[in-house]
Design a protein around this ligand. Structure first.
Ligand code: NDP
Length: 281
């Protein structure tokens, strides 16, 4: 059976560049997935014109039925999965007029709870030596949490996924009454969602370490400040450069020590709890 890699939100930006890079470097089939079939197929056609051979499957990370359909397809067709890049995410623009409560619930729904949904669905398919890459952000470093008590909850090495889910539900509730800052959060829904992705990656690695399958690895990554729609093209790095660290993590060699870590765009390992946030981002 072929080895299989999957990239979520692969139709544009960093996800597209990751899919492209994996087509070149990964020894197996690469699935560029997208929530919108037309945009996904257009992206696949674009890569085919460059002589690459990605495959396409529809995947809306917020939609149980879409996720389950894709899971069944992978299971029936390949019987497993070797690389999962959880890239899909949203960010409200700085000048968005949506109330903060809506920004909080939508952002955490897509960036955190949908990443959980995809992981829970697809992790049972992971084969030994599988690599999972969770796209976090410089905004997902623990230092982005101002409140000492909240920070300690995130930093707790024994934090469980249920507790983390609960913390994120508390954020959404606090945002409804605009009391999130009193509860220790920064005034950024995106940052809250990405801190959760970083914390989740630590928890997922602990689960992998107990798994019967050998050498399952997950890391969180800050791809750099990248010129994409998300940054309104203000980012300084090209999408190809932004894809560099995610691709490195997707292709980590067998029995690597780099697992459950928070990785900077230059591939350095940052201590998520104790290191200061590197600058520039
Ligand atoms: P873009 O906004 O350019 O692309 C986001 C991708 O996610 C698009 O393909 C989008 O699809 C997809 N997506 C959004 N919602 C869903 C959904 N429900 N189901 C499936 N796909 C979805 O962002 P970037 O390429 O800049 O960001 C990629 C990742 O890197 C994100 O996780 C982001 O948070 C992270 N990141 C980016 C940084 C940057 O500087 N750009 C910095 C730090 C982290 P569609 O086209 O349909 O909307």
């Amino acid at each position: 059976m072929s080895r299989v890699a999957v990239v979520t939100g692969g139709n544009k930006g960093i996800g597209f560049a990751i899919a492209k890079g994996l087509c070149r470097k990964f020894d197996g089939v690469v699935y560029l997935t997208a929530r919108d079939e037309a945009r996904g197929l257009a992206a696949v056609e674009h890569l085919k014109k460059e002589g690459l051979k990605p495959k396409f499957h529809q995947l809306d990370v917020t939609d149980d039925s879409s996720v389950n359909t894709f899971k069944k397809y992978l299971s029936d067709t390949y019987g497993g999965l070797d690389v999962l890049v959880n890239n899909a995410a949203i960010a409200f623009k700085n000048d968005a007029t949506d109330p903060f409560s809506i920004q909080a619930s939508e952002t955490v729904k897509v960036n955190y709870f949908s990443l959980v949904r995809v992981s829970e669905a697809l992790f049972p398919l992971l084969r030994p030596h599988a690599r999972v890459v969770n796209l976090s952000s410089s905004a997902g470093h623990l230092s982005r949490i101002p409140g000492a008590e909240l920070k300690a909850r995130f930093a707790n090495p024994d934090l469980t996924q249920d507790e983390l889910d609960q913390i994120m539900r508390e954020f959404i509730e606090a945002a409804k009454t605009n009391s999130h800052q009193e509860s220790g959060w920064a005034n950024s829904a995106y940052s809250a969602s990405k801190v959760a992705v970083s914390a989740l990656s630590r928890i997922q690695q602990k689960q992998f370490d107990k798994d019967a399958r050998e050498d399952l690895v997950v890391n969180a990554v800050h791809p750099g400040y990248v010129d994409t729609d998300m940054t309104s093209h203000k980012g300084t790095l090209t999408p190809q450069r932004g894809a560099q660290a995610p691709i490195y993590l997707a292709l980590l060699p067998k029995n690597t020590d780099i697992k459950g870590k928070y990785i900077w765009h230059d591939n350095t390992i940052i201590d998520w709890v104790n290191d200061p946030l590197p600058t520039p981002y």
